[in-house]
Design a protein around this ligand. Structure first.
Ligand SMILES: [Zn+2]
Length: 163
């Protein structure tokens, strides 16, 4: 028996009894006690082996519970990976729709312009030349963009193979 492990006889009134300490222990571990209460229970734990082992047991239990919750939750890394896949699919769909829309609009515009003033001899020459240039420029840009996209994708694939 170690007499020094017992609460000091001098401050008997201030010192916690084990019963009180056990009640406060949960609040202590959850960080819900006032600074004064924290000091009281720390003082008690410093001198009481029984309450200290009780505290350790509670801490271990809390840790196990946390780990179980953590294991049941999908990891943050998996979330990030899925977000990456989704955004890549989204971007691909976005690109496809953009190109499809642009192509349809260009062809429609081409058709409209040819049927409209390009073949209309009564339309002002400046308007016909202007729209003709605009049309040709648009088509060239579109072809250029598509070619760049295709080339870019090929080099991307090449880089993936290289890795
Ligand atoms: Zn105690």
């Amino acid at each position: 028996m170690m007499a020094t492990e017992r609460p000091g006889t001098g401050g008997e009134k201030r010192a916690l009894r084990c019963q009180e300490a056990r009640v406060m222990l949960m609040g202590f571990l959850d960080g819900e006690l006032s600074p004064q209460e924290v000091r009281q229970i720390e003082d008690h734990l410093a001198v009481c082996v029984d309450c200290r082992s009780e505290e350790r047991a509670y801490r271990r239990l809390g840790k196990v519970t946390e780990e179980m919750i953590e294991a049941g939750r999908p990891s943050a890394n998996a979330d990030v990976a899925w977000a990456g896949i989704y955004s890549r699919i989204e971007r691909r769909i976005g690109w496809f729709l953009t190109w499809a829309g642009l192509t349809v609009l260009t062809l429609f515009g081409l058709w409209q312009m040819i049927n409209g003033f390009l073949l209309d001899a009564s339309a002002p020459l400046a308007l016909r030349v202007g729209t003709g240039g605009l049309l040709a420029g648009g088509v060239i840009l579109l072809i250029s963009f598509v070619r760049e996209r295709l080339f870019h994708r090929r080099t991307e694939r090449y880089r993936e193979v290289q890795r």
